[in-house]
Design a protein. Structure first.
Length: 402
C-alpha cells in the first residue's frame, strides 16, 4: 500500500461563482427549477424566441469518459459520520483531488465554516486548478447528491435527482443529508446552469450510460419504496427515459438493504465504450449474497442488447483478496470498478493486494489504452462504503451547436 501523499498543489482562495455567473459551454443561462417532472423527454432549457424554442434539442446524459470542463467534489463535513476518521478521509479526498487536478480543474464544495481549512489542506492557494466554493454540505458523496449533467448541441443542464439520503431515514444507515439535498440546486445556480428536477428519486451512482441511448441500473436502488413509493419498474423506467434522454434501460436486480446505496450500479458494471461493459468480479474470499449479485448480473448482461441492438462484450475486473485487506471494516468497498475517468486518465483504488492491484492496472490499461491509469490509496473513503467514482461528479463539455 502506498504511503498517503499530501498534495503539493492548492486551492484558489476565492470562488468566482459567488460573484458572477460563469459562462458554461456555448451559452450560460439562468438556473430554472422546472417543477417535479418534465412533460416528455428532457429538453434543453432556452432563453430563445418561441419559434426557436418550439423544437429544442433533446438533452441526454453523456458517457462519463466524454470530455469534461471540471470535476466537482465535496469536503467531508461531519465528525458524527466519520468520527475518528474525519481527518483521514479528508486526506483521501485531498489526494484524489490533487490527482484529478493534474488532468482537469477540480471544484471542492465545502461548508462556509470549513472552507478555509479545505483550502489549507488542499494546498493553500498556489495550485490554481483546485478551487473551493462555499456551499453547505454534509458528506463527500457528490456523485449521489450532486447534479447529473445533461447535454445537447450547444447546451447543458443539471438534473437534480431529489437526494433523500438513499432512503435510509429510520434505519441504521441513516446520516444527516439536509445540506446535501440542497447542494445540487445551489451549485447549478452558482454556475449558471439550468436545473431540471427529476420525476423520480435516485442518485448519480445509480445511473450508468453509454451515451448512445442505453442505461444500466439496478432494480434494488431505484424501484424501491424508500425512494419511489408507488412507482412500478415500468413507471421508473419511463421517468428515467424522460429525464436522461435514453431509449433503453438494462435492469439488473442488485441487492436491497445490504449497503447504504442498495447496490448502486457504479460499483457493479460500467460502460467502457458502446457495447462494452466492465463487470466487477468479487475477489477471493467474497461470499454470498454479493457473489450471487455478480453471477446474476453477468447472466443478464451476456444476453442483453443495447439501444442500438448490439450484444454486449463483457470485461471482468476482479476485486482484491479479502484476506489481504482484512481489518478494513464490514462496509469497506473493495471494488476497482468504482473508478473515475477525468480527461486523459482513469483513477482507480489501490487496496494493497499487490497482485490484484497490478491485475486491475493491466485490465484498465487495456480497456483505456489512451489514458493514464492512476492508482490511489483511498482506504478511509472505502471504509465508508464508497469509492473514487462516488466522491466525484463530472461536468461534461458542451457539444458543438449544430
Amino acid at each position: 500500500m502506498t504511503t498517503p501523499n499530501t498534495p503539493t498543489g492548492s486551492t484558489s482562495s476565492t470562488s468566482p461563482t459567488r460573484r458572477r455567473i460563469l459562462q458554461v459551454g456555448a451559452a450560460a443561462v439562468p438556473a430554472l427549477a422546472l417543477g417535479a417532472a418534465l412533460p416528455g423527454t428532457a429538453r434543453a432549457a432556452t432563453g430563445q424566441s418561441a419559434d426557436a424554442a418550439a423544437a429544442p434539442a433533446t438533452l441526454r446524459m453523456p458517457v462519463e469518459h466524454d470530455r469534461h470542463v471540471r470535476t466537482f467534489m465535496a469536503w467531508p463535513a461531519l465528525s458524527s459520520v466519520w468520527r475518528d476518521g474525519l481527518r483521514a478521509v479528508r486526506n483521501d479526498i485531498a489526494r484524489v483531488a490533487y490527482e484529478i487536478s493534474r488532468y482537469e480543474p477540480v471544484v471542492m464544495l465545502a461548508r462556509p465554516g470549513q472552507a478555509a481549512d479545505a483550502r489549507y489542506r488542499l494546498g493553500g492557494g498556489a495550485y490554481h486548478r483546485i478551487s473551493v466554493v462555499e456551499i453547505p454540505n454534509d458528506d463527500l458523496w457528490i456523485r449521489d447528491f450532486g447534479p447529473t449533467f445533461l447535454v445537447a448541441p450547444g447546451r447543458i443542464a443539471g438534473l437534480d435527482t431529489n437526494f433523500n439520503g438513499w432512503g435510509k431515514s429510520g434505519t441504521d444507515y441513516y446520516q444527516p443529508y439536509r445540506n446535501d439535498a440542497a447542494a445540487a440546486a445551489s451549485l447549478l445556480y452558482d454556475y449558471g446552469v439550468d436545473r431540471i428536477r427529476a420525476p423520480f428519486v435516485g442518485e448519480g451512482g445509480s445511473l450508468e450510460t453509454d451515451g448512445q441511448g442505453t442505461l444500466l441500473a439496478t432494480v434494488s436502488s431505484l424501484v424501491n419504496p424508500n425512494r419511489n413509493p408507488g412507482m412500478s419498474q415500468d413507471d421508473v423506467e419511463c421517468a428515467l427515459k424522460q429525464s436522461l434522454g435514453v431509449d433503453k434501460v438494462i435492469w439488473v436486480p442488485g441487492l436491497a438493504g445490504k449497503d447504504i446505496t442498495d447496490c448502486h450500479i457504479d460499483c457493479l458494471a460500467r460502460f467502457i465504450a458502446p457495447g462494452r461493459v466492465m463487470l466487477d468480479q468479487p475477489g477471493p474470499g467474497a461470499k454470498a449474497p454479493w457473489t450471487d449479485v455478480y453471477e446474476e448480473t453477468k447472466r443478464i448482461l451476456r444476453s442483453a442488447t443495447d439501444a442500438r441492438g448490439r450484444r454486449l462484450t463483457i470485461t471482468e475486473l476482479p476485486g482484491p483478496d479479502r484476506a489481504e485487506i482484512r481489518g478494513r471494516g464490514k462496509e469497506f468497498l473493495s471494488s476497482y470498478t468504482n473508478y473515475y475517468t477525468p480527461n486523459g486518465a482513469v483513477l482507480v483504488p489501490q487496496f494493497g493486494d499487490y497482485y490484484a492491484d497490478a491485475k486491475a492496472y493491466s485490465i484498465l490499461q487495456a480497456a483505456y489504452p489512451d489514458r493514464d491509469i492512476v492508482q490511489v490509496n483511498i482506504d478511509t473513503i472505502a471504509s465508508g462504503g464508497g469509492g473514487i467514482h462516488c466522491a466525484t461528479q463530472s461536468q461534461p463539455a458542451v457539444p458543438p451547436a449544430v
